[in-house]
Every structure is written in C-alpha cells, then in structure tokens.
Design a protein around this ligand. Structure first.
Ligand SMILES: [Zn+2]
Length: 120
C-alpha cells in the first residue's frame, strides 16, 4: 500500500492512472478537479470517500498531520498506531511529545491556549 500526503484545500496529483474512475472521483462531494492544478479535497468526509476508490488501486491519501503540542509534522508511516488509526486526522501527537511524562497536562495547556486565541 502506498501513502500519499495531501493538504485539505490544496491541489495535488493522484499518482495513479484513473481512467473511468476520474468521473466517479469528481462526483464525490467535497472533491474538485482544477485543470492544470489537480485534485482538491475539502474535508474529512470527502477524503474518506475518495480513499474508498483509491484503496482498490493500492493508494491511500493521508492529510498532513501536525503535532498538537510542538507543531512539528508527524510522520504517519513510522507511527506505532498505524493499524488502529483511521488516517483521516489532521492533528495528532509526535513520537517525542507522546512519550513525555507530562503530555496530558501539556496537551491540555496547549488546547486551552488555542481555544483562548480562537475566542478573542
Ligand atoms: Zn510534538
């Protein structure tokens, strides 16, 4: 199985020959195609539906995932939880942060801070 990273709302190329499936793909709600740019996936639901088609060709699209605590990008392919993960999250915890002793406290602090920023 091949994994390809994408960002919601940003165009990307699908590394497969799509043929007739192209029509099925652009019919998915939240998936668009822009000539010369590529496909755009709007959200989690659109991505899940798109992956149902692509998985048959051995491809899974995974959204760019960033660590909620340190904001570094998380490498899903090296993750220990890959078998149980739905692979449709955009926020997670990196290996380093997840092994911190104070991770729960740290995570709550960071969440509270971003909530305050949001409410301002
Ligand atoms: Zn981290």
């Amino acid at each position: 199985m091949e994994y390809q990273r994408i960002k919601y709302g940003e165009p990307f190329q699908i590394r497969r020959r799509l043929g007739d499936l192209f029509r099925d793909i652009v019919r998915i709600k939240g998936v668009e195609y822009e000539r010369g740019k590529g496909f755009i996936v709007r959200d989690y639901y659109a991505l899940a539906n798109l992956n149902k088609i692509l998985i048959r060709m051995g491809l899974i699209l995974t959204p760019m995932v960033e660590c909620a605590v340190c904001r570094r990008s998380v490498d899903c392919e090296k993750c220990n939880f890959t078998d149980v993960c739905l692979k449709d999250v955009s926020i997670c915890l990196c290996d380093e942060c997840v092994s911190r002793e104070d991770i729960v406290k740290k995570y709550l602090t960071v969440s509270k801070e971003s909530l305050h920023r949001y409410l301002k």
